[in-house]
Write a protein that binds this ligand. Structure first.
Ligand SMILES: [Zn+2]
Length: 354
């Protein structure tokens, strides 16, 4: 028997489209998306994609990850700004212009603080909508288990349409995450909700997937059934794969491949060693196969982590990895493509149907 809440795909799209254009102060940008204007949505509003500049597509400005899930993070604002602003200013001095904050709701998203930090640093900062289904669903709110994918998409589309929590700040992408192994029921639902949100908003899906090529295939199948092109989807933490070949099938379909754990020599958090050589190997493989145009690079840094003494830095790309690539013969054009053109293309708000 068909579930009474399960809508046909056509009806779902109709309702989501109606929701997306239903009025309010932010119609301009929805119209811009419909008109195919290349824009990226930052916490200070929409900017032409060409103005983004060198960007880090997967970082955490701050988070409460590891703590009990809560919607209001309750940061000590003065302490946070005192720590984060100098760190991000120093990254800006290295050439960074934009940063995508991947801290989702329930483990520390605070868009009002992100806007303040963007104003104080002069960096473009982009925030997200969506739920984090990894960490054994710890940060998935109870309502997500009860509601349908359509209802969840409705919540996320509403954040796009109206802004988050009355701030007027709108998400620039959908952040999702899945656990290890085959997709659980809740993880599959979150992915479908993300795909529906994409069709209504044009927001790109960045999905924490790590070394799980099986879950990649399952996710791309869900996108296919929902009518979303793989080019609207980012494989987050793809640098964790056992072999470069593992990313080829997804890249071949047009998916974005995010090698986002760049770290220098010393042992980082979780005892992870530096990754410069691994990144070099992965990038050379992608270069050889003509796939550099689909790669994103970042640190998965964290400048303010509640409950932890350490900061995960977000500067090794500039201080170490890019000079390593240059010394290895990567051209200026290839390097610019990786840090400038690719993030711009990946996060331009536009609907990508199959
Ligand atoms: Zn992350």
């Amino acid at each position: 028997m068909q579930h009474p809440l399960r809508l046909s795909r056509r009806e779902t799209l109709r309702r989501l489209a109606a929701l997306a254009v239903a009025g309010g102060a932010f119609d301009g940008s929805t119209a811009a998306v419909a008109a195919g204007k290349a824009e990226i949505m930052t916490v200070q509003g929409s900017i032409p994609a060409g103005r983004l500049g060198v960007a880090l597509p997967h970082e955490h400005v701050m988070s409460t990850f590891g703590e009990e899930p809560r919607y209001e993070p309750g940061y000590d604002e003065a302490q946070l700004l005192g720590q984060v602003v100098p760190i991000l200013k120093s990254v800006k001095a290295l050439g960074c212009r934009a940063l995508f904050d991947c801290t989702a709701a329930y483990f520390g998203r605070d868009v009002r603080l992100l806007r303040k930090i963007s104003e104080q640093t002069g960096l473009h900062i982009v925030t997200n909508t969506g739920y984090y289904g990894a960490a054994d669903d710890r940060y998935v709110p109870p309502h997500a288990f009860e509601e349908t994918a359509e209802q969840l998409a409705g919540r996320w589309v509403k954040e796009w349409k109206e802004g988050i929590d009355g701030t007027g700040i709108r998400p620039g992408f959908v952040k999702l995450a899945v656990d290890a192994g085959p997709l659980s029921e809740i993880d599959a639902k979150l992915i479908r909700a993300g795909a529906l949100t994409h069709l209504a908003t044009g927001l790109t899906l960045a999905v924490h997937t790590a070394n799980n090529p099986g879950a990649v295939k399952e996710q791309l199948d869900i996108l296919k059934r929902t009518g979303v092109h793989p080019g609207a989807w980012i494989w987050v933490h793809a640098h964790q794969v056992a072999h470069p070949d593992d990313v080829l099938a997804a890249a071949g379909q047009g998916a974005w491949i995010s090698f986002d754990g760049v770290r220098v020599g010393q042992e980082g958090e979780n005892g992870q060693p530096g990754t410069i050589l691994k990144h070099l190997v992965l990038l050379k493989e992608m270069q050889k196969r003509g796939l550099l145009g689909q790669v994103l690079l970042s640190h998965d840094g964290n400048s303010f982590s509640v409950g932890k003494d350490t900061v995960r830095p977000c500067d090794a790309l500039f201080t170490t990895l890019l000079p390593t690539l240059e010394a290895d013969g990567f051209s200026r054009k290839e390097i610019d493509g990786l840090v400038k053109d690719n993030p711009q293309k990946a996060f331009t708000v536009r609907i990508r149907k199959r």
